[in-house]
Design a protein around this ligand. Sequence first.
Ligand SMILES: [Zn+2]
Length: 284
Amino acid sequence: MRRNFFQLRLLPATLSIATVACGTSSAASRSSAGQSASSPAAVVIDAGHGGFDRGGIPGQSVPEKEMTLDVAQRLKALLADSGYRVIMTRDSDVFVPLATRVSIANSYQNAIFICIHFNSAKRVGADGIETYFYSRDSLPLASAVHYFVAGGAPSPNRGVRRRGYYVLRKTRVPAVLVECGFLTNPTEAQYVQNASYRQKLAEEIAAGIRGRSSVASTLSSARVATGESIPLQSYIDQTKARSSDRSRSKRSSKKSSKTKSSKKKKSSQPAESEANATQKEGGG
Ligand SMILES: [Zn+2]
């Protein structure tokens, strides 16, 4: 499982992007609610699954719950070093109900919520990074996190997607769920089993959090523009087009997503459902 792992180089280029986008860590200046403008934003980190909930699909060899916790703990250290107040929904191998995770996030007014997951699919070829958000206010954060994680990982970019997962729908603070690759894909599973790769993932997520802060503070009133200010809009559009195209028919792959058919996309279609989406809804 560990052979020739170091194909992935840990890209200095992405780090320089991070430097550009980060700017100041002025997250607190957004402070739409509650806390004083001088206090750093709180980041609630949610390591997916835990305890009896191993994550992934039956028979999966790499336990998702361990990978999410490890990345979460690395992220915690990075953010704490940057002056963020960090709260973990779990910091060990325990099961935490989704409602508890949400209420932890909602107990901090000036917070952002980061759910860390890895994907799985019956098709071993399924691979790539995808990031989910639900509320419009979460889009800048989702865009920023995805920009860095997808940019820093050697995996395909599956785009930013909007979906009503419980932990995204019920949180009252900006919330995103990042799927850091497929543990059922041999190549990505190899990456993830390497500690330096998990550190890299944590660094990219942290860069996204810092990047989102500076973007949000300069464009806090223009919500859509905030999302567009990060060069990721094309991925969002492309994702919508792609999922509707695939779920409807393959012949129209050249058509844009402007048609009515994209309105009614069903998330249960193959292109979507190969990811273990429902598990986040039901089991965390
Ligand atoms: Zn998961």
